[in-house]
Design a protein around this ligand. Structure first.
Ligand SMILES: [Zn+2]
Ligand SMILES: [Zn+2]
Length: 279
């Protein structure tokens, strides 16, 4: 079965082209061509790696589904409605932990390390995160949802997240209370102090409001990561986090502080290493 995200690639390409054209036409600096082409290249390669890791992860999901004591039927609407909420909640925690523990941040940093915010950033995704994200989604199969149902629902969840990477849509009225919107996701990509590690939602911003990680867009976000990467090398973009973690670990003496390098928040680590935040 073809992944809905793969089928959407021509649509993503068209939308990126239109937005880049609008940006130039309206004299906005939303796009930098080298950055955008790097994002697109990283996106294509990540689809290839995703298919490769998906082969193994599919096996894990199949076993988990076999172990589920109850199986949800695929031909009733309420199964899909329930799956939508469960998948979106699982995404919230996967995304939140990807920010709050350095081991997982080393993958997710790829998505945040562009200094720009536009639709091409949406496809800038880690090549290697397929090695870990099953940890967060296997429970969905253990609850009794077939792996193919999860793949379809999760695919649509990711497709939704594409269009919120834009600076052209300002505010969306009443929808801002329920949905993750461009405004909320701009905040998520901001490194201004109040914006750090906020708004983790996939589709429903309700999870952030429930779990205390929501903040509204009140000032213009500054995009990127605390310590700018200044590299367009796709392999380095995908691996620099591991290198920095390794260097930090070597500096530590005790096992506890070495483990803290791996599992503590990357921001905590940055402040301890006194990397100058650029404000
Ligand atoms: Zn993120
Ligand atoms: Zn994003």
């Amino acid at each position: 079965m073809l992944n809905p995200v793969v089928i959407s690639i021509p649509f993503f390409a068209l939308m990126i082209a239109v937005e880049a054209w609008l940006s130039r036409r309206h004299d906005r600096d939303y796009y930098e061509s080298k950055d955008a082409w790097t994002n697109i290249l990283i996106g294509f390669v990540s689809v290839g790696f995703g298919a490769f890791f998906g082969f193994f992860v599919g096996g894990i999901y199949a076993v988990a589904y076999q172990l589920a004591p109850f199986k949800f039927p695929a031909d009733v609407w309420w199964s899909w409605a329930l799956l939508f909420f469960i998948d979106d909640l699982a995404y919230y925690w996967f995304h939140r932990i990807s920010h709050e523990a350095r081991l997982f941040w080393n993958f997710h940093v790829v998505h945040h390390s562009s200094d720009h915010f536009n639709l091409s950033v949406a496809v800038r995704q880690s090549w290697f995160s397929g090695t870990v994200h099953w940890i967060f989604y296997t429970p969905v199969m253990l609850l009794g949802f077939a792996p193919w149902m999860f793949a379809v629902m999760h695919g649509f969840n990711l497709i939704y997240q594409f269009w919120i990477h834009t600076r052209f849509v300002k505010r969306m009225g009443i929808l801002e209370y329920v949905l993750n919107t461009p405004s909320h996701h701009r905040v998520h990509h901001g490194v201004n102090n109040p914006y750090l590690d906020k708004n983790y939602a996939g589709v429903l911003i309700v999870w952030d409001r429930m779990f205390g990680s929501f903040i509204d867009e009140t000032e213009e976000p500054r995009y990127g990561i605390i310590k700018p990467l200044r590299s367009y090398n796709p392999l380095w973009i995908n691996t620099h986090g591991w290198h920095e973690m390794w260097v930090a670990m070597r500096e530590r003496k005790s096992l506890v502080s070495k483990l803290r390098c791996v599992f503590a928040s990357p921001n905590m680590e940055a402040s301890r290493r006194s990397i100058e935040p650029i404000i």
